[in-house]
Design a protein around this ligand. Structure first.
Ligand code: ATP
Length: 311
């Protein structure tokens, strides 16, 4: 979906992007992370055909972005980190306008505006003027505008800023739905826990250079052992022996009310283990897989990066 080669961008006196190259496959969500000033916004703006690099090439859905910026705009939805809205227009009018400027005909635009408003929880606010919306609702309207034409690629710069926790969670679910419908998303944020909820891959920029491009989680494999974490409500005497008695359990580590261990059985075996624990009187709160998260992967990347691309 995105093919970037040797992208270099200069502001007067500053090299914001330095020979950046990467590929993003269609139907995925990529987190774009890096410290302040790393070049994330500049990269997103270049992908959205809003900035012209001094060197390099960008292809989106096969379109040469530098040669055909207008064609690119039809394929791309872009949410800027600092955006403006037409404050005197209603939510409905803002969305109709966004649909019209992206080439949707009137009837299709009206349906698209309603669908987009509904997806962002704005259906009740269609007749409210943009200027009267709270910060979080303005953010939602800006995202609704960015997806109104169902772009193949959605570029989002800090999309959750200003949103309350519930709205952030809804947004994460929306991103996963959009991906499952075939959209490709590139999302810049400093809130790694949030990116971790939905990202498949991670691009790390630092001082204009791409220093890592990795999957967030290793692909699921029929691994012989899965790390599991057991959490109890109250201490359970003999927990270690109970776990060790199961054939599928190895490397038990007990710490207070928590036990971690490797488990090599299938779902049925996991259910039987859980039943045995409960029958033995263990007050089990949770038994879940310990999964690596994006924050850990990011920290590993920046610690290990010495300016080279990791993929
Ligand atoms: P942040 O996380 O703080 O939003 P970022 O990763 O998005 O940062 P950019 O905004 O792309 O980084 O900035 C990359 C570099 O380009 C920085 O050194 C910044 O100071 C510089 N820069 C950005 N915009 C301009 C501009 N309009 N004129 C001059 N330099 C700029």
């Amino acid at each position: 979906m995105i093919v970037v080669e040797n992208l270099t961008f200069d502001y007067p006196g500053t090299r914001a992007l330095d020979r950046v190259s990467f590929r993003v496959t269609a139907g995925s969500i990529t987190a774009l992370v890096g410290p302040n000033g790393a070049g994330k916004t500049t990269l997103l703006r270049a992908l959205a055909a809003l900035e012209e690099p001094v060197a390099g090439t960008i292809r989106i859905a096969g379109i040469d972005v530098l040669a055909e910026p207008r064609a690119c705009h039809r394929q791309v939805g872009y949410l800027s980190d600092f955006f403006g809205l037409y404050d005197e227009l209603t939510v409905r009018q803002c969305l109709l306008h966004a649909a019209a400027i992206r080439g949707l005909a009137a009837a299709a635009g009206a349906a698209a505006a309603l669908r987009s408003a509904t997806r962002l929880g704005l259906a009740e606010r269609l007749e409210a003027k943009a200027g009267t919306l709270s910060r979080g609702l303005r953010q939602r309207l800006a995202i609704a505008q960015a997806i109104v034409h169902r772009p193949a690629l959605l570029l989002l710069d800090e999309p959750a800023s200003g949103l309350d926790p519930e709205a952030r969670h809804s947004l994460a679910r929306l991103f996963l739905t959009l991906r499952d419908e075939g959209m490709t998303l590139l999302v810049s944020s400093h809130i790694l826990a949030e990116l971790d909820e939905y990202s498949d891959d991670m691009l790390v920029l630092r001082a204009g250079k791409l220093v890592a491009h990795n999957p967030v989680r290793a692909p699921a494999q029929p691994a012989p052992a899965t790390p599991l974490r057991l959490l109890l409500a109250t201490p359970c005497a003999g927990l270690g022996a109970l776990l060790a008695a199961a054939d599928e359990v190895t490397q038990v580590c007990l710490a207070g009310l928590t036990a971690t261990f490797n488990f090599s059985g299938d779902d049925g075996a996991r259910h039987r283990l859980l039943r045995r624990l409960i029958e033995a009187g263990a007050e089990v709160c949770a038994l879940a897989e310990e999964r690596p998260n994006l924050q850990q992967a990011y920290l590993d990347s920046v610690r290990g990066s010495a300016g080279e691309v990791g993929r």
